[in-house]
Design a protein around this ligand. Structure first.
Ligand code: SAM
Length: 191
């Protein structure tokens, strides 16, 4: 790319890619139009598994079509269910849980991730992570609900248990408007 600093989405992608080994199980917590689901499915390989969640039937429909185009559907399970139920839905340990917060571009902006369910889901994500697994959250502060979510997440990310996890933020600072950013948590090895 033309810049030295990695763009926000690219940073999130490379964190995910680096954390995934072939045959892993991973979670796309916000499938939306399915772009992330496709990438995750490619990285887990033919014997891996992606659990993807969304509450909008259109999201499932679009993601299913996109996966079919790429011949990746059979390594994915699409759940029409909120990500705050991921612990009831997924039984395996996972190497990555990815959240792309906010609303689905081109759809109803009122159907957005919300702070209470997001906080429930990210706590469950930490328990599902295997050692060296990574939780990745892309935060969009540029809309009303996004600002509320941002405040809660900025607080949450600082108080993650230091004995078991490391957490970080990646954000461009000298922008005209609040810029999207990445929060990430790595589960430490216990040995
Ligand atoms: N990753 C997607 C992609 O590649 O196109 C974009 C995701 S979009 C920014 C956020 C999505 O989160 C929306 O599709 C919305 O319906 C979904 N969402 C909102 N609340 C949710 C919840 N409780 N559980 C799961 N998905 C939710």
């Amino acid at each position: 790319g033309p810049f030295i600093f990695e763009q926000i989405i690219h940073f999130a992608d490379s964190l995910a890619k680096r954390s995934i080994k072939p045959e892993d199980t991973v979670i796309d917590a916000t499938m939306g139009n399915g772009y992330d689901t496709v990438k995750l499915a490619q990285w887990v390989g033919p014997n891996g598994l992606v659990h993807a969640f969304d509450i909008q039937p259109q999201a499932l429909q679009r993601t299913q079509e996109r996966l079919q185009e790429h011949n990746l559907l059979e390594r994915c399970k699409l759940h029409l269910r909120g990500h705050q139920f991921m612990a009831d839905t997924v039984n395996d340990e996972v190497s990555v849980v990815l959240f792309n917060l906010g609303y689905l571009p081109g759809q109803d902006k009122l159907i957005t991730t919300e702070v209470d369910t997001t906080l429930l889901a990210i706590e469950q994500a930490l328990t599902l992570l295997k050692e060296s697994g990574v939780l990745i959250i892309v935060v969009y502060p540029g809309h009303e609900q996004g600002r509320v979510e941002q405040d809660a997440l900025n607080h949450w990310i600082k108080q993650v248990d230091t004995r078991r996890y490391r957490s970080l933020r990646y954000q461009f600072e000298n922008t005209a408007a609040p810029a999207p950013y990445v929060l990430a948590v790595e589960k430490l090895k216990t040995s």
